[in-house]
Design a binder for this molecule. Structure first.
Ligand code: MN
Ligand code: MN
Length: 469
């Protein structure tokens, strides 16, 4: 009887896939490395709340590690302050194909309108238009900060950050009290309970000293404060990009501190993991290109999004670095020979919402980096469905580098879906697949990631960038 059981166990081990938590499989040394990485990430996430701030924070780290702005073996390029590309020359010049990781550094938020400031009932507000896929009820009754840039007609850029320093005031979007909201909110669909036009940010309540006959004294008082602090006038909002984001630092979550919680982890967790992987990358076999893109959350349009042809120009310049003058199909040929990863997050299974998840095929927090063969919706529509050959190659790379991964899709069939930049890069003919950690509360102001998944994402990116054929 005992022998029979052993044979069963042996066969089961040989033939079945049985995922285990990453934490169970890490040596003490690796657990420490994972904790260190999570702390560096928490700090990065706390200061990099806009795409421009991300670029700035990442460039500072690149410079510290000896990367240059001028073409060299390890260099970077910034495009319009919102997109960043990092290159590490390999033993093989770029023409042999690149190892490319693309992530995005824009996140859902409330953008100020062009004429944002108004006063009503002696209260001053800023009007917003939300950016990306938000659930509007997430943005009311919480401390908010204002981050961004104002560009003056003479080209001067004024950076704005209000609501982050301990001495700073914060801003907020007010919600209706339950005593009065039964009909206007309670009886409505969740998506209709808070209209976009009501996402106005409270910024002032002290009237400027003057005659009570004077109109809009609170509004003028706010303009005066902005003028004194930043030199702004009302017209300057027209040439500004001011983003209302959750105020405060990213934090550890859980009594056991298993998680990092904070705003913008879609997709800054992948951006940070990719940066960490490339910062100390030893000379790889294939030339590396890690790119941090903008506009993913609104469809990748615009000249800093994945649909722009910036990537072609970038590779053109990269090829020239090796004395090749690209002509004809050189750039396209380079892309065709490339292997790519779309570094993006996916939905982690939430045990309270299993009606939308498919237990066998969705991602679990703490089970490692997720390899997402396809995204899309309803019949894999709009998906980049990676090829089996490419998945097989990645399995080998992971196994050789000790990367703990899970293969997953997002949600039950026909339940919903989503997309990433993968399909825009696939246009060039390279092999590409989605790879990143799962999140809980994705697209909310307080997203939650597991430290072990961040660590495995970093390890996966590093293994991918260093891999041979
Ligand atoms: Mn994303
Ligand atoms: Mn997203």
């Amino acid at each position: 009887m005992a022998r029979k059981k052993d044979a069963f166990k042996e066969l089961k081990e040989k033939l079945t896939l049985s995922p285990k938590p990453v934490w169970d499989q890490l040596a003490a040394k690796e657990k420490k490395a994972a904790e260190r990485l999570a702390e560096d990430y928490r700090r990065f996430l706390s200061v990099a709340k806009t795409e421009r701030e991300c670029v700035e924070a990442m460039v500072a780290l690149l410079k510290k590690k000896g990367f240059t702005a001028e073409p060299s073996a390890r260099y970077y390029t910034v495009f319009r302050d919102k997109m960043l590309a990092v290159m590490v020359a390999g033993k093989k010049p770029p023409y042999y194909g690149l190892r490319l990781i693309a992530t995005h550094i824009d996140s859902p938020r409330l953008d100020l309108k062009l004429h944002p400031l108004y006063e009503d009932l002696d209260l001053a507000f800023l009007k917003t238009h939300y950016y990306g896929g938000i659930k509007k009820y997430h943005w009311v009754a919480r401390p908010l900060a204002l981050h961004g840039v104002v560009v003056k007609p003479d080209g001067r850029k004024v950076k704005v950050v209000i609501g982050e320093d301990p001495g700073d005031p914060v801003l907020t979007v007010c919600d209706l009290l339950p005593h009065l909201s039964r009909k206007v909110q309670g009886d409505k669909k969740l998506s209709e309970a808070i209209p976009g036009e009501k996402l106005n940010v409270l910024v002032g309540g002290l009237p400027l000293v003057g005659s009570s006959e004077d109109k809009e004294r609170v509004k003028l008082s706010i303009l005066k404060i902005l003028h004194e602090k930043y030199g702004l006038t009302e017209e300057d909002f027209i040439s500004a990009e001011l983003e209302v984001v959750p105020a405060g630092q990213a934090v550890e979550v859980g009594l056991d501190r298993a998680f990092i919680g904070g705003y913008g982890q879609d997709d800054r967790i992948c951006a940070f993991a990719a940066l960490a992987a490339v910062l100390e990358l030893p000379e790889p076999l294939y030339s590396t290109l890690v790119i941090f893109m903008d506009k993913e959350e609104i469809g990748s349009d615009g000249n800093t999004g994945a649909k722009s042809r910036f990537l072609e120009k970038l590779v053109y310049e990269y090829l020239k670095l090796y004395g090749v003058t690209p002509q004809g199909d050189t750039v396209l040929e380079t892309f065709l020979r490339s292997k790519a990863v779309s570094g993006d997050v996916t939905a982690g299974m939430d045990p309270h919402y299993m009606e939308v998840h498919e237990k066998l095929n969705d991602a679990r927090l703490g089970y490692g980096v997720v390899l997402t063969k396809y995204t899309g919706h309803g019949g894999k529509y709009m998906a980049n469905d990676a090829h089996a050959e490419y998945m097989a190659w990645l399995r080998r790379v992971f196994s050789e580098a000790g990367v703990i991964y899970q293969a997953a899709s997002m949600g039950k069939v026909d339940e919903g879906g989503g997309g990433t930049v993968a399909k825009y890069l696939a246009v060039y003919g390279m092999d590409i697949v989605d790879m990143g950690p799962p999140l809980l509360s994705m697209h909310s102001p307080f997203e939650v990631a597991h430290k072990a998944d961040l660590y495995m994402t970093y390890k996966a990116y590093r293994a991918f960038l260093s891999a041979g054929d």
